[in-house]
Structures are given as C-alpha cells and as structure tokens.
Design a binder for this molecule. Structure first.
Ligand code: BES
Ligand code: ZN
Ligand code: ZN
Length: 478
C-alpha cells in the first residue's frame, strides 16, 4: 500500500472513494455539500465518532464514492488518526484499489499519514486461504504538499506496525533468540548500533534476576541493546527505552490457569514498543541520544525453573525472594534498568505488560503511568493527549514499597495480597533506577485489543510507540 500526497482540487480526483470528515472537512463544491446537507437533515448522518456512511456516485465529484466519516465535535490529531485508519480499513474490506483521504490543513497531515499506515496493517498471516490486500494506493489530499509530514508519518506508522507484527506473532515462531535476531536486523537497517548479550554474557554481568526467569525454558535469554548517537545530538541527555520482552508467560511454576495464559504471547509488547520507537527515531534522524534495552526471556515451568521461595541476586546487588514466579516481568526489568543506569542513562522510560491489575484499574482506555519525576511523567501524558494515546498517572507514595520488602531478602517480587498491584510493581522497579528520572508505562491493559474497533482489528494495538517518538522529538523535558 503506497501513500502519496495531493494538493489540487478535490472534485476532479479520480479515485474509488474520497474519505471526508463530517466535522472540519475541507470545502467541497456546492452540489456535493448540498447532497451531504440533505443527508444530515434527514438524520441519515450525524457525525458521531466512527460513524461511516458511503454515498455512491456522489454529486459534483469525480470520485466513485464519497465516504463520510464522523469524528465528533472537533477534528484534531487524535480524530484525524483514527478517521484515516478507519477509512483505510473500510476501503480494504470493500476491495477498493485507490482511496483518497481529504483533510482541511497540512497540520493534520502527519497524523493522517500515520493513521493510513496504521489502518493498512497486515497481521502475520497463518490462514491457508489468505488473499492479498486489494488497496494499492492511498492519497492524502491537503492544502499544501507536506513532504516532511508524509515522511515522518510513514516512518512512525510503519514503526507502530512493526511493533504490532511482533506482538501478534505466536510464541512458537518468536522466542527470545528470534526476537533478538529480528531486533538486530531491524535496528541495523534503521542505522542503529546493535549489541546482543547471550546467557554467558548476562551471567558475567551478574544479571541473576533476569536469568532466574529464563532458567525454566529451553530457549536461552537475550538482552539486546540498540543505540542512536547522532553526531548532531543536542544536549547531554541520554534517554534509555527499556522493554519487557517475555516472549511467552506461562507463569512459571506459579502456573497461570489456561484462560489467563491463552494470550500471553503478547507479554513482549513492551520490548516491541521500544524497538518500534527507537527504529523510528533513527529513521527520523532525531537529534538526540537514545538507547534501548530489550530484556528477552521465556517464562516456563520445568525441572530447572526457579522455585517460589528461591532468593536471587540482581545486577545491582540487591537480593530478591521470588515468592511468585508469575511476577517475572519486574525481575527482567530490574536488571535491564540497572544495566541502563550503569551505561550512563540520564533518563529512563520502560514499557511493560506488567500487571493484570492495571486493566482492573484503567481498562483498555488508559496506560498506567508511574514515575519518580513529575516533569517526565507530565511530558508523556501531555504528548499522548495531543495525538490520542491516553496515559494516566498513578500515585507512588513510599508506603507502597512496604509490601515489597523481604523477610530474608532485600525485596520480594510480589506482595502478600493483591492491593495496588500495579503500583507495588512500580515501587519494586524503582529500587533499580537509583535517582535517575524514570517513567514506567504499564501497558498490560492496552497493548492488546480483545475486540475489533473501527480503526483496528483484534490483537496488538501498538500503543505508546507514537507517543514515545513524539516525546523524544519534543525533548528536552523540564
Ligand atoms: N504478564 C503478566 C501481566 C499481564 C496480565 C499482562 C494480563 C497482560 C494481561 C505478569 O507477568 C503477571 O503475571 N503479573 C501478575 C503479578 C502478580 C503475581 C503479583 C499479575 O498481574 O497477576
Ligand atoms: Zn507473569
Ligand atoms: Zn508477564
């Protein structure tokens, strides 16, 4: 699917369908607007968010169809993104070859291009009767040629889809080694420095916490480092993006019941998110130093698995009693965060499908955000709000750490009860960042969609990639 720009008049455009937002849409000819107004007056179209109406052989247009899209009361970047993705999906499902999306001004061009790419996402294909997608071309029609927005939108949208593809790939085809190889090849292709640490290297580093998780699996762990250090980097800040990459989470010996285990191939979504974000930043040639660490393990029960009650030593020297082998994400992140601090991180952001509790608290609507630094947390919330990704801050009082203190050890990896499970997990992580400004994104409730929505199918949502890319572009944080 090719995305191009067009800045001429809309009426003459030869296209299978012209997608047009019912709020804030660019001017059309009088005859076309009359036809739309008649539909409005009849109550046939109302312009509610995600409403979609197709008018065949529309008046005053060369386009074969007019696709009217409701966006609600205003057309900002969040609405433009979703509208574009929905239009592309609608065109795909109807077998159109050429779709045009009309927007009123070039300020929305990047969000629309991102939405078009997002809507064109092709999940990994395992069906025997798979058909190639019919949609060949999407044209974004805007007031002026906005080549920069086309490029940044395409790069960001494709990075989101890379993350989604990894998340949707089943764990039999994507273990820690396969993920690491893919991250290395994607990283190199984007112009990043790449280093892959294997089990002996992790042993040498003293990553006893991360290694306690992979011990039960026949598939060895990996820690991938990707680095973007452009010659024109502005300032001394060095942000590290750290991702939880549990390629499958059975729970280990604290085995999950079947119903909770079914979807656990998506427990590597944090790592996929960070890989997507840093490859986009490199392709966009962001003038900032950014690195990425992906902690890749498979959490399996076996004769060699870590037992509940085992005490392990993390890379920073702290001892942890593993009271529940299903609270494994924090064990992986503990060492990845320590490694980032040791490598000179000035700022840290991690993303992880860390707790079931975050979907109890926030559902699939908001990412849970916890930070030790208000400015960094606020920067992410505000950036997300601007483009339609929601992050909600949760409190981080010292008292929440009490649940994570060990009897024989410095820490335990799970509390004695389920109270504030998302926050106590974050307090555990905080023990590994020293005083480095840090924000933690719990994406367990938002990384995977349980049902189709107008702008996306079931499965990986790609949440947070776009926000992270823009948050780095809008650096520094104050
Ligand atoms: N990967 C899970 C969290 C999760 C749950 C992600 C549901 C996506 C959907 C994580 O490793 C886990 O199992 N956490 C436990 C922690 C508990 C044992 C303290 C949980 O949330 O139940
Ligand atoms: Zn788990
Ligand atoms: Zn997990």
């Amino acid at each position: 699917m090719k995305i191009t720009l067009h800045d001429g008049p809309l009426a003459e455009l030869d296209t299978d369908a012209l997608a047009w937002p019912l709020t804030g849409g660019p001017a059309l000819s009088e005859t076309t607007e009359q036809q739309i107004n008649a539909l409005r007056n009849e109550g046939e179209v109302r312009g509610k968010p995600s409403e979609l109406t197709i008018v065949h052989q529309p008046a005053g247009l060369n386009a074969r169809r007019l696709m009217l899209l409701g966006v609600g009361e205003t057309l900002g970047e969040p609405q433009a993104f979703r509208m574009a993705a929905q239009a592309v999906r609608a065109a795909q499902s109807r077998g159109y070859k050429h779709l045009t999306v009309a927007i009123p001004n070039a300020d929305l061009a990047r969000a629309v291009v991102e939405g078009c790419a997002y809507g064109g996402y092709e999940p990994p294909q395992y069906k025997s009767d798979a058909q190639p997608a019919a949609l060949e071309k999407v044209t974004v029609s805007t007031t002026r040629g906005e080549e920069a927005a086309l490029k940044s939108g395409r790069i960001t949208g494709e990075a989101v889809n890379l993350a989604r593809k990894l998340v949707d790939t089943p764990a039999n085809d994507l273990g820690p080694e396969e993920f690491a190889e893919l991250a290395a090849s994607e990283g190199r292709a984007a112009g990043l420095e790449v280093e892959v640490l294997d089990e002996p290297a992790l042993n040498k580093l003293g990553a006893g916490s991360l290694l306690s998780v992979s011990r039960g699996s026949v598939r060895p762990p990996r820690l991938v480092r990707l680095a973007w250090a452009p010659a024109n980097a502005e300032g001394e800040d060095h942000l590290f993006l750290v991702g939880k990459g549990v390629t499958f989470d059975t729970g280990g010996l604290s085995l999950k019941p079947a119903g909770s285990m079914e979807k656990m191939k998506y427990d590597m979504a944090g790592a996929a998110t960070m890989l997507g974000a840093i490859t986009a930043l490199a392709r966009l040639e962001a003038p900032r130093r950014v690195s990425c660490l992906l902690g890749l393990v498979e959490n399996m029960p076996s004769g060699s698995a870590t037992r509940p009650g085992d005490i392990v030593r993390a890379m920073n020297g702290k001892t942890i009693e593993v009271v529940n082998t299903d609270a494994e994400g924090r064990l992986v992140l503990a060492d990845a965060l320590t490694h980032a601090v040791n490598l000179g991180a000035t700022h840290l952001i991690d993303a992880a499908t860390l707790t079931g509790a975050v979907s109890v608290a926030l559902g699939a609507v908001n990412v849970g955000l916890m930070a030790n630094n208000e400015a960094l947390g606020h920067h992410l919330v505000a950036t997300g709000r601007g483009i339609g990704e929601n992050f909600w801050p949760l409190p981080m009082n010292e008292e929440y750490l009490d649940a994570m203190k060990g009897d024989l050890s410095d820490l335990r990896n799970a509390g004695a009860n389920r109270q504030a499970g998302t926050i106590t997990a974050a307090k555990f992580l905080e023990q590994f960042v020293n005083d480095t400004p840090w924000a933690h994104l719990d994406i367990a409730g938002t990384a995977n969609l349980d049902k189709v929505v107008p702008h996306a199918p079931k499965g990986a949502s790609g949440i947070a990639v776009r926000t992270l890319v823009r948050a780095v572009e809008a650096w520094p944080v104050r």
